[in-house]
Design a protein around this ligand. Structure first.
Ligand code: RIB
Ligand code: CA
Length: 313
């Protein structure tokens, strides 16, 4: 099977960084057309700088990176330095990037790429707030029918929220954008906290990253060792969920994951439940199923894939 053409839309963040590295380490399955950055974990200037840092770490100064929206569609940006650190990539000391940033805006790049590539050949992989994707769909409605599928990290149902009792960070940061994306009738696969909270780091798994013995392995071990401090304290779990690489791992080895096609709607009105992904898991409404909502993962298989692939870089 030919490699899948993808665009990664991202707000690095340590887990975004690992997802980008996994994609770069998997050319048999993935052709990374470009990276688009969005404000989320940290402001846009930093998410864009961090995407460049990660590509340089992987020795891929050739990757085209496009900076995108610096705030949600309608609401103020609320970042997550308390989780990811001030830089967004705390936990590993890496040099400032020197690779170029593309002049084209991320939204224009997404539109142009989808219009250029044959219909149904490009997969979008959002790993942060959906502002860029929603803006592209609004500005160019014709691209919706040209997107092969969207595989995103976001939302929560049985696992409930991580930013509020009812909402996950990516969706809550821009719920209006999420409503547009989930309502666009595009083939949609969702990696919610329901599954990412089953993909937990551990001292053994972090040690396997460090044992790779390369700058990439050392950086990944440092990042996971840093951002897990927050989740371990919060959840009392043995490790932190490695959220975003689940999206890329799904493209490479979908059999590691399982879920159910259900209707998922986004709450954009209630202040109490703003950003909730309301998943009709038991089919109690007549709302049309619009997303494959993933709930299970072979966690060891996932970490084995990560360690094996990251060792290639
Ligand atoms: O809630 C987890 C998500 O929020 C991940 O994508 C993480 O990088 C942050 O963006
Ligand atoms: Ca992210």
């Amino acid at each position: 099977m030919a490699p899948q053409k993808i665009i990664i839309d991202t707000d690095p963040g340590q887990d975004d960084a690992v997802a980008i590295l996994l994609a770069l380490a998997s050319p048999e399955e993935i052709e990374l057309l470009g990276i688009t950055t969005v404000a989320g974990n940290v402001p846009l200037e930093l998410t864009t700088k961090n995407a460049r840092i990660v590509c340089e770490l992987a020795g891929r100064r050739d990757i085209a990176i496009y900076s995108g929206c610096d705030r949600p569609l309608k609401r103020p940006l609320q970042t997550a330095e308390h989780v990811h650190g001030k830089s967004g990539l705390d936990g590993a000391e890496l040099p400032d990037p020197t690779m170029p940033l593309q002049d084209t805006h991320a939204v224009d790049y997404i539109i142009h790429t989808l219009r250029r590539e044959p219909p149904g050949t490009v997969t979008l992989c959002p790993l942060g707030p959906l502002t860029n994707i929603a803006t592209a769909l609004t500005r160019a409605p014709d691209i919706a029918g040209r997107i092969a599928r969207i595989v995103l990290m976001g939302g929560a149902y049985f696992e409930v929220g991580n930013r509020t009792p009812t909402a996950e960070f990516n969706i809550l940061t821009d719920p209006d954008a999420a409503k547009i994306v989930f309502g666009a009738a595009i083939d949609l696969t969702v990696m919610p906290l329901d599954v990412t909270h089953k993909a937990l780091t551990s001292p053994e798994r972090n040690a396997a990253f460090a044992a790779i013995g390369t700058p990439v392995g050392n950086a990944v071990a440092g990042w996971t060792g840093f951002f897990e401090r927050y989740d371990i304290t919060k959840y009392g779990s043995p490790g932190a969920p490695l959220h975003d690489p689940c999206v890329i791992a799904y493209l490479i080895r979908p059999e590691l994951f399982s879920g159910r096609k259900v209707n998922v709607e986004i709450e954009t009105e209630s202040e109490l439940c703003l950003g909730m992904t309301v998943a009709d898991w038991w089919g109690v409404t007549d709302r049309t199923p619009n997303a494959l909502f993933i709930g299970e993962v072979d966690a060891q298989g996932y970490f084995d894939l990560l360690t094996e692939r990251l060792a290639r870089l």
